[in-house]
Design a protein around this ligand. Structure first.
Ligand code: ASP
Ligand code: MG
Length: 448
């Protein structure tokens, strides 16, 4: 058994759905379970429709047209989708009358996107001779807590998913399951969502619970790349990364999988493969627990822009333990997440997202320390084997020195797979390009 997940852009219109169907067909003998996102930007459009309804207006024309046009082009019946669209309109009408939108109702509303796409795709698969059956997530055992808009899956899924899909596994059910990503139900039967991009998690939890051979997430690039191809023209796919490296990549700005979505497969040891739907023959990247053999020292380079660097220097003679404990407690109190950090006995430099409101935090911290905030910074992260840090840092910094770039802070991540540095936003692309050339370019030998 394998799990094949296709995101919104992969099922954006009739042509893309045809293409996805042809990909599924080539894997038909692998017992695929298909997980789909909503078509194109339907999730955004549903959220917009919800906001509009709060102002008293009901408009689903864009969503209706996309699905109707697609059904027509694919020559599939529209009855199932039409029934759902009718229900959607009723919900929006309700909101427009109440002028009130709870998180629970919002989740119910956005669920229509995925519920529509699986019905259309399953109908189409049937017309091309691939027997398929659509499932809403809860019909294959995807149950969550009631934290609407960011629900966590319940541990029950490890039993409920295999119970639901066992018939397909043992051959008594032959239709390919086409399952809604992103959505779930809580124990009271209310629809929840797993957070934006949550379809990856649906795919990985099904793959893990079913002990699938692998989970494939299909994208429109050749897997995980050594750098953002918009910044580095010769960025190339990385054949293999570990879960830990993939999680760090995702935290530090690469468009891989949501870090949370890696957890189920990591637990079960199920490999996750990132593949390119525009280039099927490319092997893509595989995410595994440990590298199979010797690998290059550097895996990839990422950048996150728009961060604020905060320098905090103790103004009291607190010991290091008391000082750091106190400072971190303030971050906890104000719920501000720290990304990169470097410390000394009585001072600490750290980065936070520029969007965070720091006023309360800074007022508290300033009771014991002097602070300085610098906005317009970027974090450049080298995902690598930090056991080889000396040569990685030597080569990278020699190249940066030649470019006369001085980074402002460096942190060798505790995860053993990242070295992060802070530079100005305006320098970030140059830093990434310079490091990429140093590690992967003609003369780059660190990576070999
Ligand atoms: N459709 C949802 C979103 O756009 C879930 C997903 O695509 O994974 O966030
Ligand atoms: Mg989407």
């Amino acid at each position: 058994m394998i799990v094949m997940k296709f995101g919104g852009s992969s099922v954006a219109d009739a042509e893309r759905i045809r293409h996805v169907a042809s990909i599924i067909k080539t894997y038909a003998d692998k017992k695929p379970v298909v997980v789909l996102s909503a078509m194109g930007d339907t999730t955004d459009h549903l959220l917009e429709a919800a906001d509009l309804a709060v102002t008293g207006k009901v408009d689903i024309s864009r969503i209706e047209k996309l699905h109707k046009d697609t059904a027509e082009a694919l020559e599939i019946p529209f009855t199932d989708a039409a029934a759902l669209l009718g229900e959607l309109k009723m919900v929006l009408t309700g909101i427009s009358m109440l002028r009130e939108l709870t998180k629970r109702t919002r989740d119910y509303l956005v669920s229509f996107g995925e519920r529509l796409s699986v019905r259309m795709a399953a109908a189409y698969l049937n017309t091309i001779g691939l027997p398929a059956r659509f499932y809403d997530a809860w019909d294959v055992g995807i149950v969550s807590d009631s934290n609407f808009m960011a629900a966590e899956l319940l541990d029950d899924v490890w039993q409920t998913i295999p119970a639901a899909l066992n018939g397909y596994r043992n051959g008594s059910v032959s239709e390919i399951p086409v399952v809604t990503g992103f959505i779930a139900k809580d124990p009271s039967g209310y629809i929840t969502t797993l957070g934006r991009g949550g379809s990856d998690l649906t795919a990985t939890v099904i793959g893990a619970a079913m002990a699938a051979e692998e989970v494939q997430t299909w994208k429109d690039v050749d897997g995980i790349l050594t750098a953002d191809p918009r910044v580095v023209s010769d960025a190339h796919p990385v054949p293999e990364v570990t879960y830990e490296e993939a999680a760090e990549l995702a935290y530090f700005g690469a468009q891989v999988l949501h870090p949370r979505s890696m957890m189920p497969c990591r637990k079960s040891g199920t490999p996750v493969r990132v593949k390119n739907s525009y280039n099927m023959t490319s092997p893509g990247s595989i995410i595994v627990e440990n590298h199979a053999g010797p690998v290059a020292a550097v895996r990839a380079i990422t950048a996150v822009k728009h961060v604020t660097l905060i320098d905090i220097v103790s103004t009291r003679m607190l010991g290091a333990s008391g000082f750091l404990a106190h400072i971190f407690n303030q971050f906890l109190k104000w719920n501000i997440s720290i990304d990169v950090i470097a410390t000394s006995e009585v001072s600490v430099s750290l980065t936070v997202n520029t969007k965070a409101d720091l006023s309360g935090l800074l007022a508290d911290v300033q009771k014991v320390a002097a602070t300085e905030c610098k906005t317009g910074k970027a974090i450049v992260t080298v995902i690598c084997d930090t056991a080889r840090a000396s040569s990685i840092i030597a080569d990278g910094f020699a190249a940066l020195a030649r470019e006369r770039i001085n980074v402002q802070m460096i942190s060798k991540g505790a995860s053993k797979v990242n070295i992060s540095m802070i530079c100005d936003d305006s320098e970030a692309d140059t830093v990434v390009r310079t490091l990429h050339a140093a590690y992967f370019g003609k003369n780059g030998d660190t990576a070999k």
